[in-house]
Design a protein around this ligand. Sequence first.
Ligand SMILES: *Cc1c(COP(=O)(O)O)cnc(C)c1O
Length: 428
Amino acid sequence: MSNYSVETNCVQGGYQPGNGDPRILPIYQSTTYKYDSAEHLGDLFDLKVPGHMYTRISNPTVDAVEKKIALLEGGVGAVMTSSGQAANLMAIFNITKAGQNFVSLSSIYGGTINLFSVTLAKMGIEVRYVTPEMSEMEVDALFDENTRLVFGETIANPALKVLDIEAYAALAHRHGVPLIVDNTFATPVLCRPFEYGADIVVHSTTKYMDGHASVVGGVVVDSGKFNWNTGKYPELTTPDASYHGLVYVESFGNAAYIMKARVQLMRDLGVSPTAISAFMVNMGMETLHLRMERHSQNALEVARYLESCEDISWVSYPGLESSPDYALACKYLPKGACGVISFGVKGGRMAAMKFMDSLKLAAIVVHVADVRTCVLHPASTTHRQLTDAQLVAAGISADQIRMSVGIEDVQDILADIRQALDEAKKCR
Ligand SMILES: *Cc1c(COP(=O)(O)O)cnc(C)c1O
């Protein structure tokens, strides 16, 4: 399927039924697998032959969906996880340990900031944030011999800053480390980070990939392009005692990173998805290309309306010509800038709350990126745990509303916004 477009692979990539097989991806609701000989199972445990041994590590339903996602991103392999948080943990922990550090853009998802600043810190892994005002020299000075990777989001949630993937890939590679990109908001339909030099991609599949707000999940994808054989990543190039001295780069070549993530980290952390959740993500992805187009069209129309609207103090959407990230959006997101918009309602926090309470079609939910239009106030919810300084660094203000524009008729969405703004005006 690798010669087909992303759109075709959204529909048909991954599961390839044989003669007389079920047309639709079967849900293999089994923790375990059967073998003809004890020797074969022994070989499986030694990773000498491919195959499934236990659903914590791999499962045929999950495997088919991982193949689809790897195909969509143009990678050599993927590992699905129980959540986006687990995907980010796996992606980073696969090549870091206590005493080491990594560099991350500061403008990222609040849950990821917590993971980096709280839990990874407890594990002795230090995050060093790149903030927008830093000079090139200051950014370079963040790196030392214990720096393992660079992390950023294609479209930052919720700051909506677009990552200059080529520039950060060049920065990472200059320092001999890979670039990991969280591609959740763009999806491979709008942007394929590997084409611009990213080495590893992660997703919260909870968002657009599922697209229906039904199932929490994540995935790590390996481009297979990063050269681990530099002496800097002994976990991939020296024997793993827990597999009788297997060396990942020798046994798995350019799939070393993703194989280690599965057979070592997934084995030990157990953050695996269920077969039924993988099935649901697969169903969602069958329409991903259509949904991303409609989300992006609707969001651009809503953003233009809000920009022209007297009751709005500011609008942020990278697809708007007025956006400071418009040039980056043209380069990295030519097919659309996804459905998420941020804006401020005139009248501050009170007016913002009144606006949200007055919406009838758009619901207040702790979610983004599903088919239904919804809104959220990041400062009092998803980013509540952040300090004021962290809020500013993450690009969030107190009056900020994050709207995830759905795939309903845009005229109905606009009418709902108009009537809610009229209500909000009354408390100015
Ligand atoms: C939601 C989200 C996550 C976390 O994913 P979960 O599936 O909620 O665990 C990580 N990164 C980004 C960009 C997200 O939007």
